[in-house]
Ligand binder design. Structure first.
Ligand code: NI
Length: 660
């Protein structure tokens, strides 16, 4: 699929991409679909999983000068309605042709929201489903049933072989706007063939015993129209920037303080940041070529009934980008906001614009640095601010809110805020079992983890980077450590991919640095960024089990690979019903050298979540993430040059002139 592409100035360019890394425009997606339609003779049966920019070679991007021509190529994954397998390929948008294709018969396309919406009606109408409701005394309420399809993984069930299937869990809505996740219909499932919309099987786990768990019927709501009591509103807290924001936006290029980067977005990963660099003392220094959250998985810990199947890859199976929200000013986003729209293909290949999908704004970040010299009574203090780039995706019951922060002092920080509604099951009141918490009477939240994988294509001071593991050691008691106080950090460069499958180690206070062996700071050590893996998660899923084999990226907190444009998603290109033969474990088995070369750092991190009653009926944000911290990248404190300033809007709360 590495065929040369033509360069030309085509009509579709008009008003479109201004830079080789710009996401595909509405016109470009439309053109790609037209070309794909002409290529595959399927008519209305064409279904689109992905149409996304084929990112040009890094050298082209690095050497690009504004105004130059550049190729526009789209990648696609398409399939034919009613058939399994996926066609993968590229479209040269300038030449107007498909320039490479490959059929992946084992692949199952991601699940599209348009497909999900068809399922509920089908299941409600199914005679076996109605019979199961009748046995439970719920048949009169069939129209209230909410049918949530979940991806099924690969458990080797014969009925699922060769099909694209989803397994449905059932809840019921008692009245308009009611939170149906408070009313799980436990132990009832429908297995759906997504290609044919056929109900393959209805499973009723209590049919034999007749010992049904009742549907918890008490309303547990969060919708403002249903809540009756609100606390008194807080005093207004406005973010006012009378002279406008400190950032500048030019197309997808953002510059702020000493930083510059490009905003990208695609249907699968959602937000992408490209070519993050920091200009210091007149020199622009590259740090990260491309940063994204490339995958995530939520393994659940209960083997009971059908819950053992829950091991969902919300990014690779549904797409964070496709499920991104349109953000709302003054609600999702506070302050002086710049929004970027996102464009993703729908399942029929139409271009769908998600307005206000990406929010850009500044936030106060507290104290930057301070010192008081007690001998001369002088204080120097500087305030910090940060730039926030965010987007929020809704995947079924849950919200994933994704935040990148750039700090003035060179730190890059990522936070995933998880909110929304926990996945609920029903239990006999007082008997949640050992795999969950009873979050409200008769409602259980099962133990699970949310493990994300950041793909960090690093270029600290240029493409030649290495990863150094830093462990803290204590010399043996004796001549080397006579007072028992000694400890020191020892550094070890990770030479190859297998040697770089690394785990967090609290006993060694382990961390990793991405260094440029060819670039030295003023004390002669390689310039570096430190990965602070503050949300490392111990996995508990058997890596060789039916669920664990599909998401082995969670088994190590650090992986390092030499850059390969085809190695994009840590659990593989096609995750839906995958068997676990693609992704980081397969690639790193090659054990390629990773020293002083163009490397990608993969960091698995996340949340270990035994739900609390406080997580119900809607969960206040819980946060995980990581930091990239300059570590010998600068010769000294890079924000020593922050000008002394006093915020004139600040005042004493007791002052009558305050906040007039
Ligand atoms: Ni959770």
């Amino acid at each position: 699929m590495d065929q040369p592409v033509q360069l030309s100035t085509a009509a579709h360019r008009t008003g479109a991409a201004a830079h080789p890394l710009d996401p595909l425009s509405v016109a470009e997606i439309a053109r790609a679909t037209t070309i794909i339609r002409q290529h595959f003779p399927w008519g209305d049966d064409l279904r689109v999983e992905t149409i996304d920019i084929d990112e040009p070679a890094k050298d082209l991007v690095r050497n690009y000068v504004a105004g130059q021509q550049f190729p526009r190529v789209a990648r696609f994954n398409v399939y034919r309605q009613g058939e399994t397998g996926v066609w993968q390929g590229r479209v040269d948008l300038d030449a107007g042709q498909v320039v490479g294709q490959k059929f992946r018969p084992e692949a199952r396309a991601m699940v599209a929201v348009e497909e999900i919406l068809l399922i509920e009606k089908t299941v409600r109408a199914d005679a076996r489903f109605r019979e199961a409701l009748r046995r439970r005394g719920l048949l009169d309420e069939v129209e209230m049933m909410c049918v949530d399809p979940w991806t099924v993984g690969d458990f080797g069930h014969a009925i699922e072989e060769g099909r694209r299937v989803l397994n449905c869990f059932i809840w019921m809505r008692m009245f308009e706007n009611d939170n149906y996740y408070a009313h799980p219909v436990e132990g009832l499932h429908a297995l759906i063939d997504l290609s044919t919309l056929e109900v393959l099987r209805v499973e009723d786990h209590f049919e034999a015993s007749g010992d049904y768990i009742p549907v918890p019927r008490a309303p547990r709501n969060y919708d403002a129209s249903l809540l009756t009591e609100f606390r008194a509103p807080s005093a207004p807290l406005d973010v006012v920037q009378p002279e406008g924001p400190g950032y500048r936006v030019d197309g997808n290029l953002v510059t702020w303080e000493n930083w510059d980067f490009r905003v990208g977005f695609n249907g699968r990963e959602g937000l992408v940041l490209y070519t993050i660099g920091y200009t210091h003392q007149g020199r622009r220094r590259p740090i990260v070529y491309r940063a994204s959250i490339a995958e995530m998985v939520v393994p659940y810990g209960t083997p009971e009934r059908s819950h053992y199947r829950k091991n969902v890859f919300d990014s690779g199976e549904l797409g964070f980008g496709r499920m991104a929200n349109s953000l709302s000013l003054g609600c999702d986003c506070l302050g002086t906001i710049h929004y970027f729209d996102a464009v993703v293909p729908d399942v029929f290949g139409g271009a769908r614009t998600i307005e206000n999908a990406i929010c850009l704004h500044e936030e106060d970040a507290g104290l930057s640095w301070k010192h008081f010299d007690l001998r001369n009574n002088r204080t120097e203090v500087r305030r910090a601010r940060k730039l926030v780039i965010s987007s929020i995706s809704t995947i079924g019951n849950y919200e994933y809110a994704s935040y990148w922060y750039l700090h003035q002092d060179g730190r890059i920080e990522y936070e995933m805020k998880a909110t929304g509604i926990i996945n609920t099951a029903a239990c006999h009141p007082g008997q949640p079992g050992r795999y969950g918490t009873e979050v409200a009477p008769g409602i259980v939240g099962h133990i699970h983890q949310h493990i994300f994988c950041a793909r960090l294509d690093m270029e600290v001071d240029g493409p030649g980077n290495s990863v150094v593991e830093c462990d803290t050691h204590v010399p043996p008691k004796g001549p080397e450590n006579p007072y028992g106080n000694a400890f020191y950090v020892a550094e070890r460069t990770l030479p190859t991919e297998l040697a770089a499958q690394r785990d967090a180690d609290f006993a060694k206070m382990r961390y990793w640095k991405i260094v440029n062996p060819g670039a030295k700071n003023w004390v002669g050590t390689p310039t570096a960024y430190k990965l602070e893996a503050g949300s490392s998660v111990q996995p508990f899923t058997d890596p060789d089990g039916p669920s664990g084999k599909r998401g082995r990226f969670i088994q190590h907190q650090l992986w390092v690979t030499p850059f390969d444009a085809e190695e994009r998603y840590p659990a593989g290109e096609f995750v839906n019903q995958s068997r676990g033969d693609d992704g980081l474990p397969a690639w790193t088995a090659k054990d390629r050298p990773i020293e002083n070369t163009d490397i990608v750092v993969w960091h698995s991190f996340g949340l270990h979540h035994l739900p609390r009653p406080e997580d119900h009926p809607v969960q206040p944000c819980v946060v995980c993430g990581f930091k990239l911290m300059p570590s010998g990248f600068f010769d000294q404190n890079p924000v020593i040059d922050l000008p002394p300033a006093k915020n004139d809007a600040s005042c004493l709360a007791t002052s009558p002139h305050c906040c007039g």
